[in-house]
Design a binder for this molecule. Structure first.
Ligand SMILES: Nc1ncnc2c1ncn2[C@@H]1O[C@H](COP(=O)(O)OP(=O)(O)OP(=O)(O)O)[C@@H](O)[C@H]1O
Length: 370
């Protein structure tokens, strides 16, 4: 292999992989590549096939079709413990009878390293995950977040090409999850190991990942950077699953360049950017993110707007949102409230106006079953 080849080979290449359970297709024709040192997440709702896909990469489930290559080598017929990949589970499976240091050193000892060498490496990995000097502690003396770090140290000390993480933060309480997702991203950047991470939590995927694949019904709908998924979703599912969004049923009235005029069944109209080719009379969804909607005391000049009445104010610090209803028809929107002080006294019943730039709202075709 030339030096150039070794640089262009991805740590993981999944080629047209599929898996059925009886007649049920759990994973359908999935292909993607993950370059070295990337944090790659697979994001999707429960039951979409994430775990099945990860278990195929780890070698616990055999694909029916396709191939999986790690560092350019096909994994066909390669047992899980022979793959240069290591899996971290939500339920961490630490050994309760062993000390923290012994837990981390366990895999090294099994590989035949001397007790001294294994202890040294385990100590230095524990220091890297922010637990210096904790070798002799018992596992039950650690907090949930510390146990999580021990599980990561135990995997990383084996220097796998790929670390496969199955919702590792799922069992932690919300505050710890928020903290650990920043820690995990920092740790990955520091150690440079390639991470493949599965989650149903879009915020985890957006914060930590270089690339995210959005999965639905066994297939990838879109692969992109967090920003691409957030600002340029290619399907209505990605628009509704990534970030918060108002989603409204509409019909296309007419097209003007990239924009479409939409008729809401309740009687009002709005403009949006056509994200697919659409035609007059077509059933569609329109999406408007709460943060792109402006709340105004008077109608804007020369721009489309809706007169609205405030229904609810959900105060949550800088995540405060307001529900507004169109003054004359039954259509409601969530609006993110800018915390500039201007709206501190906003109460239900207030009559205001909302407006958004047409290109900041999106329109997608609506299928017959939606
Ligand atoms: N061993 C199995 N036998 C039969 N069906 C299975 C088996 N494993 C998974 N499935 C089915 O395949 C589908 C995908 O399951 P999978 O666990 O991969 O989804 P997931 O996206 O990881 O969901 P979750 O987030 O709930 O774990 C589900 O409908 C599940 O019921």
């Amino acid at each position: 292999m030339t030096e150039k080849d070794s640089r262009t080979i991805c740590d993981l290449e999944v080629r047209a992989v599929g898996k059925k359970y009886g007649a049920f297709v759990a994973v359908r024709d999935v292909s993607f590549t993950v370059p070295k040192s990337e944090f790659f997440s697979i994001l999707g709702p429960s039951g979409c096939g994430k775990t099945t896909l990860l278990r195929m990469i780890a070698g616990f489930v055999e694909p029916d079709t396709g191939d999986i290559l790690i560092k350019g080598q096909s994994m066909r017929g390669v047992a899980p413990n022979r793959r240069p990949a290591h899996m971290v589970f939500q339920h961490l499976a630490l050994f309760p009878m062993m000390s923290v240091g012994e837990n981390v050193a366990y895999g090294l000892r099994r590989r035949g390293l001397s007790a001294r060498e294994a202890r040294q490496r385990s100590a230095s990995m524990l220091a890297r995950v922010g637990l210096p000097g904790s070798q002799d502690k018992r596992v039950d003396q650690l907090s949930g977040g510390q146990k999580q770090r021990v599980a990561l140290a135990r995997a990383l000390v084996l220097e796998p090409a790929l670390l496969l993480l199955d919702e590792p933060l799922g069992a932690l309480d919300m505050q710890l999850r928020e903290y650990m997702k920043l820690e995990l991203k920092q740790l990955q950047a520091e150690v440079g190991t390639t991470f493949v991470y599965i989650t149903h939590d879009q915020s985890e995927a957006l914060v930590m990942s270089d690339q995210v694949a959005v999965m639905r019904r066994g297939q990838f709908e879109q692969i992109g950077t967090p920003r691409q998924l957030y600002f340029e979703p290619r399907t209505a599912f990605v628009a509704s699953f990534v970030g918060h969004n108002n989603r409204l049923r509409v019909e296309v009235v007419q097209q003007h360049g990239d924009l479409v005029l939409l008729q809401h069944p309740e009687g009002c109209q709005s403009w949006a950017r056509a994200m697919q080719s659409l035609y007059p009379g077509q059933a569609a969804w329109t999406f408007v993110r709460p943060e792109v909607i402006e709340l105004l005391n008077s109608p804007p000049d020369g721009r489309p707007f809706w007169p609205v009445q405030v229904q609810m104010v959900w105060f949550d610090g800088n995540n405060t949102t307001v529900e507004v209803r169109h003054e004359s028809v039954d259509v409601s929107l969530r609006v993110a409230l800018p915390m500039t002080g201007q709206w501190n006294n906003l109460r239900p019943g207030a009559s205001l106006f909302v407006a958004w730039r047409p290109e900041n709202a999106w329109a997608f075709a609506r299928g017959g079953d939606e």
